[in-house]
Design a protein around this ligand. Structure first.
Ligand code: KG4
Ligand code: ZN
Length: 354
């Protein structure tokens, strides 16, 4: 089954052709990062307009690189939730148009399910198969941070074990980078700077880190970094480079420690030995090292998708869509774009008592 996936939920316009086994025939991502960088974050209206400008090219390119045509497809999958509604609508309308014109099944896909199942994507014949079910997955991106037990590839088979009560982990990377004048998005640049830094001098503590349970809070660490900068000033002078690297390393240490430790603790409490990470923050080098190390120490197997599968892409959307299509599920042309996930939530945002 050959499925075209379309993704436009945030600031990447993407299209991909994937089959139901997870093999990626093409994977095209057109990033809007430069467009939003000057504002320090995603501007929704600009995102919608840019999706509109790029979506036709991206779809055509995915078909061309996948060495296929619309006639050869078996279904069209599209992210219809959660995300910026104006941005989502662009992909949804394009997918509807293509499905109607080609008389193909249309399947709406939850973006979070895409991240959770991106570990099943294979780009080369030699790439490893994904994990067996069940597994426990940390999803950490710019908009979401939560740990899930995944029993299978459908929303009913996925349980949230804990989520952030406030900011997402990626949001914390972005806000700290903004504070330090490092530009947007913050994750990759902090990751790079932290590599040459020393985290032992400054200790940041995450509010929920010492607590049992699998909930997170990331807004406090941003304030701690802001307080540090207010007290000592932004790194400047002859040692600025070193001071900046140390600050980034300290922040990254605190953030990746809590993410990796809670992931492993959640898997342990579920009696599950397979752990997975997904979402943009899963591209972080230190997080990947920590998860690998902790898994080895506890006799667990860590499945770390390659970087291209962690950040936003349409291949993961096509894969989840293929699983729906295989089950015979279909959406009509009345498919709506919505900002809410289909996955059941347990953690309330903005809950006090940290
Ligand atoms: O999954 P994603 O591409 O889009 C969303 O669905 O949000 O995640 C984007 C987020 C941004 O906050 C970005 O700063 C973060 O992922 N990110 C990283 C890294 N690469 C991207 N965070 C930490 N380290 C990285 N290497
Ligand atoms: Zn995402």
């Amino acid at each position: 089954m050959l499925v075209l996936g379309v993704e436009s939920s945030c600031d990447e316009t993407a299209a991909a052709v994937v089959d139901e086994t997870g093999f990626v025939h093409s994977d095209v991502v057109e990033s809007q990062v430069k467009l939003h960088a000057q504002y320090g974050g995603v501007v929704p209206e600009l995102a919608s307009r840019d999706h509109l400008r790029n979506v036709a090219f991206v779809v055509r390119e995915a078909l061309r690189r996948g060495n296929t045509t619309l006639e050869k497809l078996d279904a069209i999958a599209v992210t219809n939730r959660p995300g910026l509604v104006g941005a989502l609508l662009v992909g949804v309308q394009v997918a509807k148009g293509l499905a109607w014109a080609q008389d193909l099944p249309l399947v709406g896909v939850d973006h979070l399910m895409g991240h959770l199942l991106a570990v099943f994507l294979r780009r080369k014949e030699t790439d490893p198969d994904g994990p067996a079910y069940p597994f426990v997955c940390l999803l950490a991106s710019g908009g979401h941070t939560a740990i899930y037990r995944v029993n299978g590839p459908s929303p009913e088979a996925i349980t949230e074990l804990g989520a952030t009560r406030d900011d997402a982990a990626g949001e914390a990377f972005d806000k700290v980078a903004k504070l330090l004048g490092l530009g947007y998005p913050g994750g990759p640049v902090i990751d790079k700077l932290a590599a040459s830094g020393d985290s032992s001098g400054i200790k940041f503590t995450l509010p929920m880190a010492g607590r049992a349970g699998f909930e997170f809070s990331f807004s406090g660490i941003k304030t701690q970094v802001a307080n540090h900068v207010a007290k000592y000033g932004k790194p400047s002078g002859p040692n600025a480079e070193k001071a900046l690297a140390d600050l980034c390393a300290s922040f990254q240490e605190a953030a990746t420690r809590v993410l990796s430790e809670k992931l492993v603790a959640a898997a342990e409490s579920e009696g599950v030995t397979r752990i997975v990470i997904g979402g943009g923050v899963a591209a972080n080098r230190e997080l990947r090292e920590r998860v690998t190390r902790l898994a080895a120490a506890r006799g667990m197997t860590a499945h770390l998708p390659p970087l291209a599968s962690c950040t936003d892409n349409a291949a993961m959307i096509a894969y989840v869509g293929a699983q729906r299509a295989v089950r015979g599920e279909r959406d009509g042309l009345d498919l709506v774009a919505t900002s809410a996930t289909v996955l059941a939530r347990r953690t309330r945002k903005g809950r006090g008592d940290r």
